[in-house]
Design a binder for this molecule. Sequence first.
Ligand code: NI
Length: 366
Amino acid sequence: MQTSRMGAAKPVMMTIRLFIAALTAVVLAACSQTQQEVNVLQPEKPVPPVRNKGEGKPVRPAKPRTTPTRAPSVTVAAPRPFVPRKPGHRVSHVNVPGKYVAVTFDDGPNSVYTPQVLDIFKRHGARATFFVLGENAARNKSILARAAAEGHEIANHTSSHIKMTSKSRQAVAREIERTSEIIKSATGFYPTTMRPPYGATNPPLVEMMYNDYGMYSILWDIDTRDWQHPGVSTVVQRAVGKAQPGSIILLHDIHASTLSAVEEIVVGLQARGFKLVTVSQLIEMGRRAAGVTEPEVPAAPAAGTPPAVAAPAPEGGAAPEGESAAEGAAVPAAEPVPAGAGESVLGGSSGEVAPSPVEPAPEPVL
Ligand code: NI
């Protein structure tokens, strides 16, 4: 019996063992599944610090930088009268297929001198460009309105004659926008050209002027240094004697001595066969001329037009004083320019201008 009882209990024990084994397997499988699910929810392991050879401190991977978003400048979305081949032009001379020059006046408008300059230009059927300071423009809006109505160009020279390369972008933006708004309120148009005080600019600022405000940065290739009061005949000789097709001539309509030279300059340039146009007109001519021969640079004149006279070579010797420190930045028309450098179309360049602190602050308005 004993044997038979034992024999009968064996299958029961086997069944129980199998059941326990199966139960254990199920429980283990369930635990494994749970563990996997937990792993999915766990964050990735932090990247271990990288240790440079020879350095004791661990170098952690750089955090991604968050770029501060700049408030879009919506108030001065200037119209663009021409489409540049490359944004961010800086222009100090324009390659044009004819005898055209741009006479420019900085730092005004002046309530006494600027109207007389306008009278002279009107008498001789000439056009000028006025790079005005916002501070002066705000006091002389009627002069700006008259100048614009008579076909002259009103351009931005900052509000208080700041040296832009020494200021923050925000400070530059404030000066530029304030001035553009005054010009718009006086003339109905936002300016499409600007001139950095002292000629002090750099590629990022040039890009900023174009990208944010649609303005070309205009320099010059003829500096009369009229603010040094060298005498009327000297100022006239510099302006008239050095003029070449496409020249941009720098004057200031805030000096009595400059006013005394203006009529002789206009008459002298016209006697040499030059037509006096605005800077934007000069640029437009340069673009049209360049468009004929794209992509060749420097631009050759179109068929049937008079040949372009070679632009003046950079003057040798020490850099002259005042804003003329930028004079050497002009790209002569005859100088080969690397292909793809769109600036050569207009004769400008994109290099940095050496800022010059020599030019005096604008004289107080009389
Ligand atoms: Ni100036």
